[in-house]
Design a protein around this ligand. Structure first.
Ligand code: FAD
Ligand code: UDP
Length: 387
């Protein structure tokens, strides 16, 4: 074994630390990854029959307002000028999202200007007001009123979380804005785009350094491989980006996650839905949304004109055998997480990071931003540098 630093997990958090440690500090970094590929959930590959890039773990849209993250990611890839827009099918009619003047006017069969629409929504919101919103349902009603909530949020959320919206934290939808203009950009960030030659090329460039060794299909908890937990903890600094409860053998109980199932299909048509993402708001449609990957890259003129790839997305609770995607974050989960954070303090040479290691929903730019700060404030000082 010849490495200065062990990184468990090759997602954006792990790769950012590995890249900085190798390029900035000249360290030898061993990365181990359980899956057969690099990149964690951001991994993508070209579908075999069509050559269309498919995001294997669900559509990934890059966006950020953090200038240092934007500068950093541009070292490894250029971005297209793709701007994400989402539409929703409700009762067989298609509406623009996030809820904006177009959605409101279509829904109420009206031609309101911004002031009238705002007054209408405020009136509807006041009808359902309960004071300080304590859960997702109360929060949504306080923002958009009951009719819009019941159409676009209630059943979609029930499908996505299989949890009563009154038991979900209000924050789940706080990132969904309501706009009194016809602007239907999904994200508000200063920078947005998709990597010109795909996610995997970007991720591979981050690891492209002779000082970084990435070993795939290697599980930290598999005692038969040399970089296992028992052999490494205490003897080498470790960045651990796997699930925090798994690290401690679930001693404080399991943290709840949701996972997704994806049904991919190649269709013999050039365009199936005319846009990249269509949400399905009604409960009787079992999937939450359909992705059509060709629309993420309209600039790729080599994509076939007579075939397309779609992916239906289904959501359900994760078992230990599934990939954990979204932290459920109930009160019990938050209590258990605090107990794990206490245990973490006993692991002096292990840094817990990323989505799984901190039990937090992190967008890519947040995972990268968190890794850049952790590198500066925690990793570099371990080697007598930086901070
Ligand atoms: P991960 O990417 O999960 O990487 C962790 C890695 O650790 C994995 O590769 C895993 O296999 C490995 N690992 C775990 N346990 C072990 C072990 N015991 N031994 C070895 N390796 C192990 N972000 C956006 O910005 N825009 C989006 O549109 C977007 N869409 C998303 C859609 C979905 C469905 C999901 C789930 C996430 C989405 N994200 C999006 C978030 C994005 O995927 C994360 O920000 C990013 O993956 C975080 O990187 P990470 O390194 O923390 O975690
Ligand atoms: N949401 C909804 N209807 C929609 C889209 C989103 O009710 O058509 C709610 C739902 O609770 C979801 C949350 O908003 O979990 C966040 O949605 P977003 O699409 O931002 O999250 P993603 O699933 O892409 O991470």
């Amino acid at each position: 074994m010849n490495a200065d630093l062990l990184v468990v997990g090759s997602g954006f958090f792990g790769l950012t630390i590995a890249e900085r440690a190798a390029n900035e500090l000249g360290l030898n970094v061993q990365v181990i990854e359980r899956r057969h590929h690099i990149g964690g959930n951001a991994y993508s590959e070209n579908e075999a029959e069509t050559g269309i890039e498919v995001h294997r773990y669900g559509a990934h849209l890059f966006h950020t307002s953090n200038e240092s993250v934007w500068e950093y990611v541009n070292r490894f890839t250029r971005f297209t000028d793709y701007v994400h827009r989402v539409y929703a099918d409700y009762n067989g009619e298609v509406y623009p999202l996030p809820i904006n003047l177009g959605t409101i006017n279509q829904f109420f069969r009206a031609a309101h200007g911004p002031a009238a629409a705002r007054a209408l929504v405020q009136e509807l919101a006041a009808e359902g007001a309960t004071g300080d919103p304590q859960n997702l349902e109360e929060k949504a009603i306080s923002l958009i009123g009951r009719p819009l909530y019941e159409a676009f949020i209630r059943d979609y959320t029930a499908k996505q979380w299989q949890t009563d919206p009154t038991d979900l934290p209000a924050e789940v939808i706080s990132r969904l804005p309501v706009r009194y203009t016809y602007d239907n950009r999904y994200f508000n960030d200063a920078h947005e785009g998709l990597p010109v030659d795909g996610y995997t090329a970007w991720l591979e460039r981050m690891a492209d350094n002779p000082r970084i060794d990435v070993t795939l299909e290697t599980d930290f908890f598999d005692a038969s491989q040399p970089w296992n937990k028992a052999a490494t903890v205490g003897s080498i600094p470790i960045i651990y980006t796997g699930p925090i409860d798994r690290y401690f053998d679930y001693s404080e109980g399991e943290l709840a996650w949701r996972t997704l199932d994806f049904e991919e299909e190649v269709l013999q048509v050039g365009d199936f839905q005319g846009t990249s993402v269509m949400n399905y708001a009604n409960r009787d449609v079992p999937y939450t949304r359909i992705h059509e990957f060709r629309h993420f890259h309209p600039e790729r003129d080599w994509y076939p004109k007579d075939k397309t790839v779609i992916m239906r997305e289904f959501s359900r609770f994760a078992t230990r055998a599934d990939e954990p995607y979204y932290p459920v974050n109930t009160a019990q989960d938050r209590e258990r997480l605090l107990a794990y954070r206490e245990l973490q303090k006993g692991e002096a040479k292990v840094l817990f990071g990323g989505r799984l290691g901190t039990y937090q929903y992190l967008d890519m730019h947040m995972a990268i931003g968190a890794a850049l700060s952790a590198f500066q404030n925690k990793v570099a000082p371990m080697f007598g540098a930086g901070a």
